[in-house]
Design a protein. Structure first.
Length: 155
């Protein structure tokens, strides 16, 4: 059992069943600094089922401040976005859709980007500052989303 916290922002909140982070994502646990974390397929499948029953699109399994590990599970197109200093690595686990990247972001839509289908087994790397969005979802699509900030000093 994971004890988590509902929060309005970093370090704020009260005890509850989950912690609300950026974009309303539920956070299961802080990423440890002294040991590894294994998330077996059976656990992922339970998370998927729980997300479906709660109509939840994002579940943050590990929160590390400048990095995190999430599940994204959507049933429709989503508004395109860009992360100025955060890069994404996606591993598609279920469903399919169309990923559009690049171009310019205008009113939540990508203008002049490139699109390609994504399906289970595909891995996508999206650099910080690159607009991206998913459309063409039939049923649903699920991906593991590993995010990390890139605005650190390189010495």
């Amino acid at each position: 059992m994971v004890l988590a916290v509902w929060a309005q922002g970093p370090g704020e909140g009260k005890k509850g069943k989950g912690k609300k982070g950026e974009g309303g994502a539920v956070i299961l646990q802080q990423a440890p600094t002294d040991h590894t974390v294994s998330i077996p397929l059976e656990t992922l499948n339970k998370y998927y089922s729980d997300m479906d029953s709660k109509k939840q699109q994002t579940l943050r399994m590990l929160e590390g401040g400048r990095y995190n590990v999430n599940i994204r599970r959507i049933t429709n197109a989503e508004t395109a976005l860009v992360h100025p200093v955060t890069a994404d690595v996606w591993v598609v686990t279920e469903g399919s859709g169309i990923l559009t990247t690049g171009g310019k972001l205008e009113n939540g839509k990508i203008v002049g980007g490139e699109s390609h289908p994504i399906k289970p087994g595909d891995v996508e790397f999206i650099p910080a500052g690159v607009p991206h969005g998913v459309s063409g979802v039939t049923g649903s699509i699920t991906w593991l989303n590993i995010r990390f900030d890139t605005n650190y000093d390189q010495k």
